[in-house]
Design a protein around this ligand. Sequence first.
Ligand code: ADP
Ligand code: ZN
Ligand code: ZN
Length: 742
Amino acid sequence: MYANIIIDITHEKLDKIFQYSIPSRLEDSLSAGMEVVVPFGKGNRLTKGYVVGFAEHCGYDPAKIKEIQDISRKGVAIEGKLVALAAWMKDHYGGTMIQALKMVLPIRQQEKEKVRKRLRLLLDEEEGRKKLEFYLHKNQRARARLLSALLDDPVLDYELVHKKLNIPLSVVRALEEQGVAALESERVYRNPVKHKEQARKEITFTEEQQNAVEHFWEDYENRRYRTYLIHGVTGSGKTEVYIEMIRRVAETGRQAIVLIPEIALTFQTVMRFYRCFGDRVSIMHSRLSAGERYDQMMRAKEGKIDVMIGPRSALFTPFPDLGLVVIDEEHENTYKSEQVPRYHARETAIARAVMEHASVVLGSATPSLEAMYRAKAGEYTLLELKNRSGQQELAQVHIADLRTELKNGNRSILSIRLQELMADRLEKGEQIILFLNRRGYAGFVSCRECGHVAKCPHCDVSLSSHRNKGLVCHYCGYEEEKPERCPACGSRHIGEFRAGTQQIEDIVKAQFPQARVLRMDMDTTREKDGHEKILSAFANEEADVLVGTQMIVKGHDFPNVTLVGILAADMSLYADDYRAGERTFQLLTQAAGRSGRGSRRGEAVIQTYSPEHYAVVTAAAQDYEAFYQEEIRYRELMGYPPVENLLAVLASCPDEAHLETGCRFLKEYAVRVTGRERVDLIGPASPGIGKINDIYRKVLYLKAERYDTLVRMKNRLEQYIEVNAGFDTMRIQFDFNPMQVF
Ligand code: ADP
Ligand code: ZN
Ligand code: ZN
């Protein structure tokens, strides 16, 4: 066995893993993440390194391999564990070790650390009095003034000494030299959680909640650290379950990380944790300054907190003894990094948990296909919460078939059904949410009369409209002309689907002049806390209707909302990638789940041109299992994740011809090194955005049954790229099981 070791994590140039042999006396005690001492370089200088993994074979001449000298006294320091995690990420997602380390280790702080200085009296009362007389005798007024203040209060804040008593530093120094007083400093941490006392609501767990907690706890107490998937309908009390699990883990002296999508990280959510854990909880989010973020990491490292809440990056909190990672809304796209290494927080959390003997709890009302697939395979433990915690039933959902609206003379974007229900709610003083699903790429082409959508004959994803090219498949590059008439029904009403939130706000105001309307989208939330302000205004019932994009689906509870209108379900349904059905089901279910959270039962209207599409039908029935079965059949048929694995190789270059040649070489090389395992190669195709800032882009897809096969392919391709100068002007990135098409 050989140990893989990183020598110096601060040096940009040493982006390399070195192999060392393991002396037999260390064989049993060495593990990943340990700090070791190794001979390094020409002079074999003893240097600090971190073990990031082990290998059975070594890639160099065994005679030249050096031996690990010793394990440093620190053993597994938290940095070591995170370095090992970074090595895992580099291996699984591609990129360099330095890129992985930058994601994982807290930013080295350039910013000044905030320090509080204090002056402490070193003399006892009697000695102090004597000294004071001496100063007065010598007419050393400033010294006397300071000492007399210290005799009143032996520890003084330096700011105060300086400003209020008007004492210059030279005088403080003089007292220090004479052994009268000493200046001390203490690190002060910025704490982003603003204190606000509020008692925690006492609740009695439902049987389902209790079972979930006990199941987890029995495993945990017996050191069976597993991954759990809590599938719980919206409002079933998942958050309460997380809090209880964390409370028990924290009692054993270990720490927990809670990942939440940034968009759902509201004041309301943080307060629920705060009420239970007080000052022992901290948060991370993108609106904190670099200094504040750094401070939270240091507080975690020094054992000052038990719980860290934050988005994806909070996963790398340097806790000394991590016991649990919770990932709420685990199906969210934001858990996948868009920077290299393009890691997924779910997989990475599990990797970290395995290294540190911790558990992972995933939660969602609409679990990702990946998570449910693994739960059904027994890899994760499934915990179900089928009922809402209170009396409320799930909303009643109607489907409005937009194809009939045109025939019935309704040209408004609001269906007749939705208009009727809106009038009813406005009359009763209840609130309405209108949701415009815009996350999908809106370039798909559909027929306004029959709902027909143009699809790729090879990939079963919708074609996208390009201004100059016609219709294009972003997976395989297939092209066809834009149709003049619908190939299914002959109608001329075929074209691109477009609508915006602003437009909808205007329509609502025109049709319901009495309604007070709020709009939430990129434009209205640009200012700081804009998001929070609009949500609070709506929660305080300062408006009747809230119009918005997917931002409004999460976070706040609005008990007075009894109607949700989903204006264009098709928008994400025909986004041009294989996750379109899944994303649509999630959005529709989550949106409908916003209705009727208070004492009255809610209703929801899904407007669509494809009322028979399984994602729409199963979302309307709020039947996850039925959706899952249909969707997994499609993934099996097409060999898409999670059944098989997909690797996107993204290449970009300012020279288009060079890019095309490079991609051809890459593909040919990939074919050559495939070996015995089956690897499908698709493309290279032009991605949705074929050129950014005059840099051309191409994407090549590799499909294989096993993830490992793709990791191996990636390693071969990385080597090939490194040794061939032709790739010097190209940038190549890898994305495993991508969340979107490029
Ligand atoms: P989820 O995270 O599944 O959407 P929450 O944990 O936010 O659900 O619970 C929804 C609401 O129900 C919250 O206001 C919560 O305090 C309350 N709640 C959860 N469990 C119970 C319970 N057992 N008894 C009473 N109220 C509960
Ligand atoms: Zn048609
Ligand atoms: Zn295709």
